[in-house]
Write a protein that binds this ligand. Structure first.
Ligand SMILES: [Zn+2]
Ligand SMILES: [Zn+2]
Length: 506
């Protein structure tokens, strides 16, 4: 049997949130890959019940490696610091810029309004963040131990190094390659057995790849992830292990169609969206539609009325956080894909077009809601939270959800138990309503859902990630997915690799 190093999962096993994996390097050294929050219905699935606790010993954890800044991958970092973790927090340069913003927001929303407490946490965090460029090896701190210490059945190591590779999921996202070297064995016969079973060849290195969240190949803005050259052990996400996305073109046509229908009656179009990633993808797509329509208008092709509408419609991003993240996306233009760079060279501003308005403070937000209620002109509003469970979208919903001219457009997954899910479910039902901040609101707005604006690779993408490796893994652990997604992906991998190598993590 092939012997893998020990990997323990502290989250993202029975679901997609709470990502936190522990790789044991030797008896006194482990590293964590991500330290995220549990969310939605998955909170109660966590043994501690609140989704926050660090329910494992942190004394031997020498470093934290962050794959990307989504809250379900980084949200438990303040609790990790509180538990006494003082090691480096390795992440890419863009993630290093985003991480303090994300943690600050998470603390404000979910933990405390106490400014000194927040400042103290951020100071600690910034001290521990160590930013590393993509594609560059860096060594991981490993404690030295004597030969005799290794008594467990896993191979342990004296040395470890890691490297970030672009994952194409959100700005700064990475999958991480970890090379373990100089194995330590409790006794020589075990050593020889293990080495001989290592793919039949003698080697003293083992490469573990953690996928983090992988991007979709045709997502706007960021280049698609390239498969690793090799992996011995692969820990891979499976969010869409059972689905394939619509094509990019089809998705954009859907978006355009829904908006064109929606604005016919001069109502508002509300798009609940989370601030990192999806908001920027939507802006990018809207800029493309507006641009195309202006080209057609000049050529005198198509519907003049619709083209004129596109040239005048206001796109309002009502979220100071989203604005911050958009700034970071602009700052790290070097990470954009070829198509996006081509637009920039042609003088276009994919994330900052003329009709885009960003709302800053709360007073401004309230006056925009009021002004929109009074006028008779369409507008598109993008605001968080993506599942309508808080944030500025709430004021828009309470104001507009009972209005027939309103359209609500969902672009992301709505988890069980969220108001977003209720709106999807009870729209178009007789007397359908949703409870928002304790009050009942009838849903007279038209409700649409577009799938495919997901920053995740679909089934085909997850299969190709493995298929295109030069040296395929000898052990795959499937994490970060619902049961059906994990099982379906397992079946797919069994078509390309022996079934015994593939395991659904528990
Ligand atoms: Zn993510
Ligand atoms: Zn994730």
């Amino acid at each position: 049997m092939f012997i893998s190093p020990q990997i323990t999962h502290h989250g993202a096993v029975n679901g997609v949130t709470g990502s936190c994996h522990q790789l044991t390097i030797n008896a006194t050294t482990s590293v964590l890959i991500d330290c995220g929050l549990f969310q939605g219905a998955e909170i109660s699935g966590n043994p501690e019940g609140d989704g926050l606790a660090i329910d494992f010993d942190v004394t031997h954890i020498s470093a934290l490696i962050v794959t990307h800044c989504h809250i379900d991958h980084v949200g438990r970092i303040p609790y990790l610091l509180a538990a006494g973790f003082t090691g480096p927090i390795f992440c890419t340069e863009a993630s290093a810029s985003l991480l303090p913003l994300v943690i600050e927001d998470a603390l404000k929303v979910g933990v405390t309004r106490d400014k000194t407490l927040i400042a103290a946490c951020l100071k600690l965090l910034k001290k521990q963040i160590t930013s590393i460029p993509y594609k560059q090896w860096f060594s991981l701190p490993v404690n030295t131990i004597s030969e005799s210490v290794n008594t467990n059945s896993y191979i342990t190591y004296r040395k470890a190094k890691a490297k970030f590779q672009p994952a194409g999921h959100i700005l700064g996202s990475a999958y991480v390659e970890i090379d373990l070297a100089e194995p330590i064995f409790a006794n020589t016969s075990k050593a020889i057995n293990s080495i001989n079973n290592f793919n039949g060849s003698i080697t003293n290195k083992h490469r573990v790849v953690f996928s983090g969240d992988l991007g979709a190949p045709y997502a706007p803005l960021l280049p698609a992830p390239k498969s690793p050259y090799r992996a011995d052990t692969l820990v891979i996400e499976s969010t869409y292990g059972d689905k394939n996305h619509q094509s990019r073109k089809q998705r954009r046509q859907n978006l355009q169609g829904v908006i064109e229908k929606a604005v016919n009656d001069n109502g508002v179009v509300l798009i609940p969206a989370f601030s990192i990633g999806r908001t920027q993808e939507l802006l990018y797509e809207l800029e493309q539609i507006i641009y195309q329509q202006s080209v057609q208008l000049k050529k005198g092709q198509g519907s003049r009325q619709l083209q004129t509408m596109w040239q005048s419609i206001e796109v309002i991003v009502d979220s100071p956080m989203a604005a911050n993240f958009t700034e970071q996306y602009k700052k790290f233009k070097s990470l954009w894909d070829a198509e996006a760079m081509h637009k920039v060279k042609a003088g276009r501003h994919p994330l900052n077009f003329e009709q885009l308005y960003t709302i800053g403070d709360h007073k401004q937000h309230l006056s925009v809601v009021k002004a929109l209620a009074k006028r008779n002109k369409p507008a598109i509003v993008i605001a968080a939270s993506g599942m309508c469970s808080g944030g500025r979208i709430m004021n828009y919903l309470t104001q507009f959800i009972s209005d027939k001219t309103t359209d609500i457009l969902f672009v992301g997954y709505q988890a069980q138990g969220t108001p977003g899910r209720d709106i999807q479910k009870y729209a178009n039902k007789y007397n359908g309503y949703v409870t928002l901040a304790g009050q009942k609101h009838y849903i007279n707005a038209a409700v649409h859902s577009i799938s495919g604006y997901s920053a995740h690779a679909d089934q085909a993408g997850l299969i190709n990630f493995v298929k295109r490796m030069r040296h395929k893994p000898k052990h795959i652990k499937i994490v970060h997915g619902d049961d059906s997604a994990k099982n379906m992906l397992q079946n797919c991998y069994e078509n390309i690799l022996p079934a015994s190598l593939i395991e659904v993590a528990e």
